[in-house]
Design a protein around this ligand. Structure first.
Ligand code: NDP
Ligand code: 2IT
Length: 451
């Protein structure tokens, strides 16, 4: 339910951003949480502050022409939405996936703004990407695409202006190609302009692992409030990319048993526990489909593959669910199945993976639910640590960096839990994350005048 004072703001967002359902969904969720804030502090309704927070500062859309291995010219569309810079330079990933459009980038940039505020680091919010599909492309094609993409984007970036990183379809290889082109175009070795770099040219230790580790730390903290831990718990992690792989690693380290992972072709179950080295071999080295895990491991003994469309990974009974693939991948029906099978906690590794109906079902059923903008903030927080290391021309140890990450995640957990309690809904991490993130952005914007 939306407070009547906020309904006109939502109406305006719906009207001005036609045909962008994911953006509408993200804004609606935040506005639903703000009713209690504006009742307590009506001054947040002044000076169109909330309306300004819902409007990106700048939206850039550009043509990306490139030549494939057959000599054919291909055209894609590039995006960067610079959503909010009240707390620092725009910061957020780049997504390369055929589903990318302006509405998806806007929802991601909007979420990023509050997520970054929750980290307590000096970073604003932004997001970008392209409808380019990297699947099946050679290294040469990926490089030429990244170079063309950066040839336009570079003029909008800078270590004090806008600092992209990876997201779906963008990992260390792509960041390297984009950094190389940025350096060539600007004649500056500006290490802090991109994060997620490899260690040998300015990357941070633990950045690759940070999102998955961070989500696991968040769920650990949430379980601890009920005197529970990962020890002996069955866990299902969707996706099998960067976030999923390092969630599997940390959950296993904490004594949990991950029994299923997926990609867009389907999911695999391994009742004996996912073999992490094998998963990494299939996904990071071979860049293959998830069914190859079974071809290498051998079927049987509780291991099998289910093709996409036959049934959902969320029908696999588990104690903890960590959706780590993409938006709206976990529906109301999935949430009901998880609840029926006794799920205890959900930590969103992906951005907005649960539909609003799914979130409602979890909350009404008393399942501990950690929204992405809090639970997956470890990635961008460690990006901010990478910027810090770049600015001081320093490089920290893995242990030092992971210790910082763990303490940031504990802080985010405590901030969300404390805020939820303060506003009368103990245990409501959605409310806590939205209010705490909003207040930080809103206070900074107010201090800076009408901008
Ligand atoms: P990757 O590209 O490394 O992996 C994405 C995984 O999700 C793949 O297994 C992919 O399968 C699956 N996937 C993607 N799109 C779809 C789809 N439409 N349907 C089904 N499966 C899909 O990306 P990341 O691991 O980096 O990102 C995963 C999620 O985490 C995203 O929501 C991202 O925004 C979020 N995130 C990422 C952070 C980071 O630091 N990387 C930080 C915070 C959040 P397939 O290969 O078959 O497409
Ligand atoms: O959604 C996210 O937080 C990311 N993709 C990471 C952003 C970043 O700048 O590290």
């Amino acid at each position: 339910m939306i407070d009547e004072k906020l309904q006109p703001i939502l109406n305006q967002v719906l009207q001005r951003n036609h045909g962008e359902p994911e953006f509408h969904q993200a804004v609606r969720e935040v506005l639903e949480s703000l009713g209690r804030v504006v009742t307590k502090h009506p001054d947040y309704l002044d000076q169109a502050l909330i309306e300004r927070i819902c409007e990106p500062e700048r939206q850039i859309i550009f043509r990306v022409p490139w030549v494939d291995d057959k000599g054919q010219v291909q055209i894609n569309r590039g995006f960067r939405v610079q959503f909010n810079s009240a707390l620092g330079p725009y910061k957020g990933g780049l997504r390369f996936h055929p589903s990318v459009n302006i509405g998806i980038i806007k929802f991601l940039g909007f979420e990023q703004t509050f997520k970054n505020a929750l980290t307590g680091m000096p970073i604003g919010g932004g997001k970008g990407g392209s409808d380019f599909n990297p699947r099946g492309r050679s290294d040469g094609e990926i490089m030429r695409f990244c170079q063309s993409f950066m040839t336009e984007l570079y003029r909008h970036l800078g270590e004090y202006t806008d600092v992209p990183a990876g997201d779906i379809g963008v990992g260390g290889r792509e960041i390297g190609f984009m950094f190389g082109q940025y350096k060539r175009l600007t004649n500056r070795y500006e290490a802090g302009v991109l994060t997620g770099k490899a260690l040998f040219y300015g990357g941070s230790r633990a950045r690759t692992e940070a999102t998955g580790y961070g989500n696991t730390y968040f769920v650990q903290a949430m379980l601890a409030t009920k005197k529970q831990s990962f020890e002996g718990k069955k866990v299902v992690v969707s996706g099998s990319g960067n976030v999923a792989i390092y969630s599997v690693e940390k959950v296993q380290e904490f004594g949990g048993k991950v029994i299923a992972v997926s990609d867009s072709s389907g999911y695999i179950v391994d009742e004996q526990g996912i073999d992490l080295e094998l998963l990494r071999q299939v996904k990071e080295v071979r860049r293959a489909r998830i069914s190859e895990y079974l071809s290498l491991r051998g079927e049987g003994r509780g291991a099998y593959f289910v093709k996409a469309g036959q049934s959902s990974i969320w029908s696999v009974p588990c104690d903890v669910a960590m959706p780590s693939a993409t938006q709206n991948e976990l529906t109301g029906a999935d949430a009901s199945a998880l609840v029926k099978n006794g799920v205890m906690a959900v930590g969103e590794g992906a951005n907005m993976p649960s539909t609003p109906e799914a979130v409602r079902i979890f909350q009404e059923s008393g399942v501990m639910f950690a929204p992405g903008k809090a639970a997956n903030a470890g990635g961008v927080a460690t990006s901010a640590l990478e910027m810090q290391q770049n600015a001081s021309r320093d490089s920290w140890t893995f242990e030092q960096t992971e210790t910082r990450l763990a303490s940031i995640m504990r802080n985010i957990h405590d901030t969300c839990a404390g805020t939820a309690e303060e506003f009368g809904s103990p245990g409501d991490y959605v409310l806590g994350a939205n209010i705490a993130g909003f207040v930080r952005v809103a206070e900074a914007m107010r201090a800076l005048g009408v901008i």
